[in-house]
Ligand binder design. Structure first.
Ligand code: AMP
Ligand code: ZN
Length: 136
């Protein structure tokens, strides 16, 4: 199921070396080479799916189960205080490698990182319009 020229296919399937924290039949968890913080890791399915839209539902569930297992162990080992889970879909959303991956980002006091967004002002009417658009 590897896709030619996909770096994460090659890493997940062991053709290109990476710092592996965990591996099983379905997944490899590696250290990000440009970490936001110490221990920043990526869950990679071994099979190629571009993003969450393509990822089969069952595998999506397995990703989150593995994320839970991983952050419990990482918290113990790295002594971090919190975690951000980040998952980008599409280049507009900041995805740069088009093989599904989930970022596990340990957070430490005063780690100097800011992961998030700028909250926008919105009126109750605007919120209602969005809700109605989705419900249509
Ligand atoms: P995203 O922007 O969500 O697509 O994230 C891609 C992430 O993959 C970035 O945080 C990169 O630092 C990381 N990355 C890219 N290539 C490698 C690699 N060969 N080994 C480890 N991490 C990588
Ligand atoms: Zn791939």
């Amino acid at each position: 199921m590897g896709q030619d020229n996909c770096i994460f296919c090659k890493i997940a399937n062991g053709e290109i070396p990476a710092r592996t924290l965990y591996e099983d039949e379905q997944f490899r968890v590696i250290l990000d080479q440009g970490p936001a913080t110490k221990g920043h890791a990526l869950i990679l399915p071994k099979a190629h799916y571009r993003d969450l839209f393509e990822l089969p539902e069952e595998l999506a569930g397995d990703v989150m189960k593995l994320a839970k297992k991983m952050i419990i162990k990482m918290r113990e080992k790295f002594k971090c205080e919190g975690f951000n889970l980040v998952q980008n879909n599409g280049d507009l959303a900041g995805q740069t490698v088009f093989h599904f991956h989930l970022h596990l980002i340990p957070r430490y006091g005063a780690d100097g990182q800011k992961i998030g967004w700028k909250p926008q002002e919105v009126t109750p009417e605007e919120l209602e319009e969005v809700r109605a658009q989705f419900a249509d």
